[in-house]
Design a protein around this ligand. Structure first.
Ligand SMILES: [Zn+2]
Length: 252
């Protein structure tokens, strides 16, 4: 089927799972209608629902939002006055082509965690990242993508750098400031991120050096899966910690 359709096997499997109604694949944010104007150009007036990957967020031809939370045609926001969202969507697409899905997802989660932390620390309760709904999601999107891109680019340097965690996090927070044009005084979430990735890297190297050359490929695969799992677990733990902090500071 992959050969006939010209799609990768991975794409076919994802689509078929969705069509079969398997609960694990029925992720609400993946089921979204294709761009209303693209479909109108083909003479189709009814919404065409598809299971779209997370990084397919914008129709660049018509400059409309077709990303997460755009569950109906009316949700397809007009982005003609939002060049930063269009730019972020292009970066998101490139990141999805360059990095593993789990690494990108983890970076996006870490970026959201940092933005939520800073919004609370800087008492910006109206910040888009703290709000629910489609408009807030789209407003926060450019910053989330910028930070995720910065983290993914910095990760190899952070993991192999000899300098201190403090100097690495100071450098990283400057880069984040440059890409988001927002300066943050509190570098706690960045410092935690640097520390976490250095420990991850150290533990991966130790594990790999214990493996024989014959099984090194399997070791790398297991290591990558394990690392992604640990990042997800860590993100959950950090979110819980953040919620506890919010409660301590009286935030909802
Ligand atoms: Zn379109």
């Amino acid at each position: 089927m992959a050969a006939v359709s010209g799609q990768s096997e991975q794409v076919i499997r994802a689509r078929l799972r969705g069509l079969a109604g398997e609960p694990g694949a029925l992720k609400q944010n993946m089921r979204r209608p294709l761009c209303r104007r693209c479909m109108a150009g083909k003479g189709i007036r009814e919404p065409v629902y598809c299971y779209l990957p997370a990084h397919r967020t914008v129709c660049h031809r018509h400059r409309r939002w077709i990303g997460p939370l755009a569950h109906t045609l009316d949700n397809q926001l007009d982005l003609r006055d939002c060049p930063q969202v269009l730019r972020a969507a292009r970066i998101h697409w490139r990141l999805a082509n360059r990095y593993a899905e789990l690494d990108l997802r983890a970076a996006l989660g870490d970026a959201r965690h940092m933005l939520i932390y800073w919004a609370h620390a800087e008492q910006r309760e109206a910040a888009a990242i703290l709000q629910a709904g489609l408009h807030a999601h789209v407003s926060a999107y450019p910053e989330v993508i910028s930070i995720a891109a910065t983290l993914l680019t910095a990760r190899p340097q952070i993991e192999h750098a000899d300098g201190s965690t403090l100097s690495a996090s100071a450098l990283l927070i400057v880069r984040i400031g440059e890409r988001t044009t927002t300066h943050h005084n509190d570098d706690t979430p960045v410092e935690q991120w640097v520390q976490h990735h250095r420990l991850e890297s150290l533990s991966d190297h130790r594990r790999q050096s214990d493996e024989s050359p014959v099984s090194s490929t399997n070791a790398r695969t297991r290591s990558a899966i394990s690392r992604s799992r640990r990042i997800r677990i860590s993100s959950v733990a950090e979110r819980e910690e953040s919620r506890r902090d919010q409660r301590r500071h009286g935030c909802s």
